[in-house]
Design a binder for this molecule. Structure first.
Ligand code: ATP
Ligand code: MG
Length: 265
């Protein structure tokens, strides 16, 4: 694995206990290895049920691995020992889950500021950063709206910047735009690339959508069906900044798309 890797996953395995007793067929992930460089935008595609969310949960230390190694900076995640987990690795790993999980009784601004309040880091500087992020994704004017008063796309934006606001060096994203219409999805992809460009965080972005994986990523990993392993790895050497709409007709895009399409089972 490369020397400058920020995150390394080595021979990772995960099995869930079977309701019917011990059953070795319940390995969801097995012998999964890859690494992520500092500042890299890694996208991961794989069939439904292949263990993508399970993988992110282990990287975030929300769930415990059954074997192998997950190393973030120099810290190794515990194996088979849930009590030793350090969820979110002390705010160094942000996690945008598939559902937006906004607190319904707090306004959009209160939701965005919530991690800073919890971490005791709300001050003039962090508040100004939150306001900048709100403007960047076009949510200015909606600060006092409650989540039920926002559209699905607006809730996704709020959820995204709620994670960006406390500036974790690594952000995990689990199909964050999955439930949105194509138009809103494209706008949010553009927002995300603009936000990423501001700070060049390390991002691990899981999606079902090959087009999205190529349009956003520096590199795409394709996972096999469960038990998940890496079926293939594709460098996305399309120039940045990218034009998400125009990219679809780029011959290089089409070539990468076809290569990945053949690998996704
Ligand atoms: N807590 C759990 N207990 C038992 N089995 C689980 C648990 N969590 C996930 N699984 C199983 O592990 C497999 C992988 O689930 P996971 O949610 O990681 O898939 P995924 O790749 O994220 O799928 P999708 O693309 O549909 O979100 C599934 O078969 C699922 O039923
Ligand atoms: Mg999932």
């Amino acid at each position: 694995m490369s020397a400058q890797a920020l995150l390394e996953v080595h021979d990772l395995g995960k099995r869930f206990a079977s309701r019917a007793g011990r059953d070795s067929s319940l390995w969801v992930i097995r012998d999964l290895s890859f690494s992520v460089a500092d500042g890299e935008f890694l996208t991961i595609v794989g069939p439904s049920g292949s263990g993508k969310t399970t993988l992110l949960n282990m990287i975030a230390q929300i769930d415990v691995a059954s074997g192998g190694e997950v190393r973030f900076q120099s810290e190794v995640a515990p194996i088979n020992d849930p009590k030793s987990l350090n969820p979110g690795l002390s705010c160094r790993i942000g996690y945008v889950t598939q559902e937006d999980n906004l607190l319904p009784w707090r306004t959009m601004l209160q939701n965005v500021l919530f991690p800073l309040v919890v971490q005791g880091r709300l001050n003039d500087e962090t508040r100004a950063r939150a306001e900048m992020l709100i403007r960047t994704v076009g949510l200015a004017g909606f600060e006092n709206h409650y989540p039920h008063e926002l559209s699905g796309g607006m809730r996704k934006r709020a959820s995204l910047i709620r994670t960006l606001v406390y500036d974790p060096p690594v952000i995990l994203m689990d199909e964050p735009f999955g439930a949105l219409d194509a138009q809103t999805r494209t706008v949010l992809q553009e927002d995300l690339l603009r936000l990423w460009n501001l700070g060049r965080k390390t991002i691990i972005f899981v999606t079902h959508d090959i087009t999205e994986a190529i349009a956003l990523g520096d590199r795409t990993l394709v996972l096999t069906r469960a038990p998940a392993r890496v079926a293939g790895e594709h460098k996305i050497d399309l120039p940045r900044p990218r034009d998400i709409r125009g990219i679809l007709t780029d011959p290089k895009f089409i070539e990468i798309y076809q290569r990945i399409r053949e690998q996704v089972q």
